[in-house]
Design a protein around this ligand. Structure first.
Ligand SMILES: Nc1ncnc2c1ncn2[C@@H]1O[C@H](COP(=O)(O)OP(=O)(O)OP(=O)(O)O)[C@@H](O)[C@H]1O
Ligand SMILES: [Mg+2]
Length: 393
């Protein structure tokens, strides 16, 4: 039997467990956007590392793609302009549409011309790797003000989709990484297109770490009202069981109740760990899965070791000596830590002396602040890793 489990960043799980409600709710919105040919409030999905944001975003992307939407996907990163990435992805999609006959036509030609104007403004030197072989649309997306130009671009794209009887989905993963010079215009453009009398059918979904809502709010004060927010929590025990049982059902493998119970308990609802555990066990067992197998060779420990390699060790290794000291102090708590307590543990009298270090760790995506005065790890299980291995260096 080939191994059905699929651990790894963004890897599609064999069974997407416990996300029915959120998927259904967003898909309902998308269906309305499509049917009414009108946009709706943009969405933000946030959650810890490995909680399943990318695979959820991909599920929405597939939903739209299968229904003939215009689909745009970008992954934000610190040092690259999100606007350029979006422009590039829009270009790829428009080129596909152009050659597909189905949606070809004047509407998309205009969108392409607006994209050309946009590209000339954001990348006048032509450093972008794509050349658009149409003339720029004069008077569109050429003001030099990124928010207005982005608004023009989204309106042209949405208008074209409406004319062609479809809609546009824009997915941006790791949105918290996007430079503020992009986030502010993005917020403004989404805000403006939403306010028009008949908003074009553009549906935006951004995903990122728990810091994302505050990153967006720092960029524009109205971001809190602009987006609809969803949080991805750990899976319930029942969903965790499903994530483990469904993929092997009918394959001659079966979990004994004790084996299943132990994995569910150890995984604590963490989808990445569930996927890794299922994988490690299936690599070595070809038949009924008993408790001893999970306890010993095939199960928990192996999965934990894999996760250490893939998730924890590299992050830990990148932190400075001071950063490590800070995180070691955090790892003594189960759950979020008080800054004042960390300061005490580190022998610092004044907690505010840690603020630069704290901000650095937040910027690097290692920790976040769930509430004022508190910090927590962005990767579930990081505390356990540090307590087991964090003394090594
Ligand atoms: N609901 C789910 N059911 C089963 N497995 C899941 C679920 N969600 C995610 N997984 C699995 O967990 C792993 C991590 O998923 P994913 O990469 O989407 O997380 P993420 O939140 O995007 O993480 P990161 O913040 O590192 O980008 C993948 O192997 C994926 O298959
Ligand atoms: Mg991801």
């Amino acid at each position: 039997m080939s191994n059905p489990f699929n651990p790894g960043a963004g890897r599609k799980p064999p069974y997407l467990a416990g996300r029915d409600d959120i998927v259904r709710s967003i898909e309902q919105d998308m269906t309305r956007v499509y049917d009414d040919a009108e946009g709706m409030r943009p969405i933000v999905i946030s959650g810890l590392r490995g909680m399943g944001k990318t695979v959820l975003l991909r599920a929405l992307y597939d939903f739209a793609n299968q229904r003939g939407w215009v689909v745009v996907w970008a992954e934000a990163s610190k040092d690259e302009s999100l606007s350029k990435k979006l422009a590039q992805s829009i270009y790829v999609e428009l080129r596909k549409l152009r050659s597909s006959e189905k949606l070809a036509g004047r509407a998309f030609e205009h969108a392409l011309a607006v994209l050309k104007s946009f590209q000339l403004k954001i990348d006048p030197a032509g450093a972008c790797s794509f050349g658009i072989d149409v003339s720029p649309a004069k008077g569109y997306a050429d003001s030099g003000d990124l928010s207005l130009d982005l608004q023009d671009l989204l309106e042209a794209l949405g208008g074209a989709a409406r004319e062609a009887g479809t809609a546009v989905l824009i997915c941006v993963d790791e949105l918290q990484e996007a430079p503020i010079e992009d986030l502010r215009p993005l917020n403004m453009a989404l805000h403006s297109i939403g306010q028009s009398f008949s908003p074009v059918p553009v549906f935006f979904v951004g995903a990122g770490l728990p810091t994302l809502p505050s990153v967006l709010a720092d960029a524009s004060s109205y971001a809190e009202r602009l987006y609809r927010y969803y949080t991805l929590d750990p899976l319930s025990d029942k969903s965790s069981e499903k994530a483990l049982v469904e993929p092997v059902a009918g394959q001659g493998m079966a979990w004994s109740p004790e084996a299943l119970g132990l994995v569910v308990q150890e995984a604590a609802g963490y989808p990445y760990f569930i996927q890794q555990c299922g994988f490690s066990i299936c690599e070595q067992v070809d038949g009924p899965i008993e408790l001893t197998m999970v306890e010993t060779l095939a199960g928990i420990e192996l999965a934990r070791e894999e996760l250490s390699r893939g998730l924890y060790r590299s992050r830990w290794g990148r932190a400075t000596a001071q950063g490590k000291e800070f995180m070691r102090a955090m790892a003594q708590d189960e759950g979020p830590s008080k800054i004042s307590e960390i300061a005490r543990r580190m022998g610092k009298g004044d907690p505010s002396s840690l603020s630069v270090l704290r901000d650095r760790l937040i910027k690097d995506g290692l920790i976040y602040s769930p509430e004022r005065g508190l910090v927590a790890f962005t990767v579930p299980g990081m505390d356990g890793f540090i307590n087991r291995c964090g003394e090594v260096d």
